[in-house]
Design a protein. Structure first.
Length: 96
């Protein structure tokens, strides 16, 4: 299992738009054949900070996600809304 945890810090004035764009990306991502999980998490103590938890069956499935049109739309839409560059950290999922 290939897991990527993406840390995102959004400019406050783009908070609602970021959540909506991420909802659309989430809805399409969970339909991908290799997707196991795609969570969008918002930090309680700082609502401008998010974590995207992306789990795919394989590294190839995770790479295919990066080629999907819905990902490109999300990436390009939210790019200027970032307070700092987003950071994706890859992990090998061991359990379950």
């Amino acid at each position: 299992m290939q897991v990527t945890i993406v840390h995102v810090h959004v400019k406050p004035e783009h908070l609602d738009a970021f959540i909506e764009a991420s909802r659309l990306n989430h809805e399409a991502s969970v339909q991908e054949s290799g997707n196991l999980r795609f969570d969008v998490l918002q930090l309680d103590e700082d609502p401008t900070r998010f974590v995207l938890y992306e789990a795919y069956r394989s590294a190839e499935d995770a790479a295919a996600h990066k080629q999907a049109s819905h990902y490109a739309t999300w990436r390009d839409t939210v790019a200027d809304w970032m307070a700092s560059p987003r950071k994706g950290v890859p992990y090998e999922g061991l359990l379950p």
